[in-house]
Design a protein around this ligand. Sequence first.
Ligand SMILES: [Zn+2]
Length: 380
Amino acid sequence: MKSVIKNVKIEHGEELKGRVLKVHAKTRSFETPTKAPTSTELNAKKNIGFDDPFLNPIFEITQRFTQGSISNFYKTNGYHSTKIKEINAHADTLINRNLVKYFPQFRKDTILSDDDMLSLIDVQLESNINVISLPEVKEDATLIEFKNNFEKYWKYAESEKPEAVLMPYLNLSQDPELFREKLKYLADYEGSLHAIGIKFASPNTYRPNLRALASFSDKEFWVHCSSIKRAIWNTGIPTSQIHMLQKYGVDTVSVEIPMAGGSNKDKPLSKTKYFNSEKVTIPDISESLRDGSLTCNCPICRQQNFNDLTEDLKRYQGDRSLNSVLRDFSKIHEVYAATSEFEISRKRIIDDDLNNYFKEKEGLRPYSEDNQTSLNKFLD
Ligand SMILES: [Zn+2]
């Protein structure tokens, strides 16, 4: 068998109690739940000259498109090759040891034409990507549209790049009945199709779909969720959505490319968002200091004094604000700290104790009983 993933086995787990999956890959096998760093997070490392590697087994290379810009693939000379170059700038160094996936990020009302879809598949087949993402053609694609899209591109990807694994995506934001039908359809491919992608949407609004996913967690598919928000859009209120999804059978997670900031360059540095392991949410960095020093001991934080750190980061500033440089620092910290936190929750899943773990963590507590009333206070 040529495929980069040999098989996927459930090692431990139960509906709504999380699960530990072992993905046997040619690159290296790994256990879930865990986090996949994105190209945005890799760029943050480059921006501030931080050389230590991320040790994660999966990486996601993300590119953002508008409805119009996808057609540049087939309407504008050079666009396709530029996008491949951008992907390979990251993928070339990762592909031998890791699963490298791609995620095209676009607005939820985007409708993908046949040409758009073929372009998005081709750019992956021609790059150093070994997990090929297949987006849904539109927001509420019918079951027939979903099946046709899947069957067509599964065969195509397999014939063009036999070692690659196809990851068909389901939009979390869709009609619950439709979502369940699509999951049921994919379930028939257990054992031959190894991976399923979920395009993130509000876990509060789309709770029925998360429940459907939880009931699907006895199936041996690697389930990855992309485009997770670190904060509630428009309010900046931090969330724990990256970590709450493990309860619903999501095995690996990656965050969305944030909208370009810039308006908040006068914000105090102490208000920079920073993942806090004790709370499992992303509050102001000031909440993660003790006696003026960071409490985290990850490879980039090393319990440094906060004032020394911000002073030191000034050398990477160039034309940017110091806030923006500190945000890069925070992203790198989050890859290390959130990944370590998943190692802790993995142990709690094995002990059948995920619900107590959720209760212990301020950010996860609202999700501990799947309690809609308390959730409404926290979520959009
Ligand atoms: Zn850290």
